[in-house]
Design a protein around this ligand. Sequence first.
Ligand SMILES: [Zn+2]
Ligand SMILES: [Zn+2]
Length: 134
Amino acid sequence: MRVLIVALAVCLLAGCGAQQRSADTSTASAPPAASAPASPAGGAGTQAVAASAPKMIEALTNQKQVFECPKCGMDYDAAGTCSMDGAELVAMRVDYTCPMDHQPVAQAGHCPRCAMNARVEKTALAANATPGKP
Ligand SMILES: [Zn+2]
Ligand SMILES: [Zn+2]
């Protein structure tokens, strides 16, 4: 019995340290599933989640970079894992362009030059991506 407890403790201290941002281990009082239904309703972070956990983005406004879940497609504001399915988030560059003239627009919503809504395009960032590239 004691061996099992020691193994768990070692795992918590060392091996599983990287997992603690998911807050699954620290929120012992509430099951992890409880955070899933509340997230779309709250959104603003009224819930007691760990500060380091990536926050879900419900609608893109002027974000230049988001982190997208490859499984469910949700966008997050920081790197980490998806709170819904635990998948590793992928960095995506976000571009806003006018569908009429294909020129960049500062943010989502309608274009300052015409009545069209800016198109949101996401591009997966490679690990060696150069940030300055247009
Ligand atoms: Zn997901
Ligand atoms: Zn336009």
